[in-house]
Design a protein around this ligand. Sequence first.
Ligand code: SF4
Length: 162
Amino acid sequence: MNITGIMVYYYFICQKKLWYFMNEINMEQNSELVSIGKILDETTYSREKKGILIDNTINIDFIKNGAILHEIKKTKAIEEAGIWQIKYYMYYLEKRGVKNIQAKIDYPLIRESKEIILEDDDRNVLDNIEKNILDLKQMDNPPKLINEKICKKCAYYDLCYV
Ligand code: SF4
């Protein structure tokens, strides 16, 4: 199984959500928040070529000046997950021989950008995350409900709270 950037993103948000996603239980198309994200993606940075899919595995929002990876996010509410998603892109490309990768997360709604650095320790963390995601995929049942504030906005809310 290829580990994609969205899997790393979900890993940090909720592992139950990630389990649903990896088992192809998809309710995201019903989510208003996902629709907002798509509109944002289509209407911002319109001069850049969007959605650069590499190895059918990582999907970079856009690459500027041929060197800087960019990931577009709506808010900073789940910033940590977005940071690890783009670090995973850097790590993935680095393992395939791409050098001196730079990256940024853009928050167009608040007109901010954040530079992301891949630190030495991050490589070990990402190695472990890959293993944990593969283990999670093997589980017969989803992990427990996290029951956090974020659940109310989650596309899987109805499924989790039946
Ligand atoms: S509703 Fe909560 S527990 Fe269920 S998948 Fe979403 S975030 Fe995870």
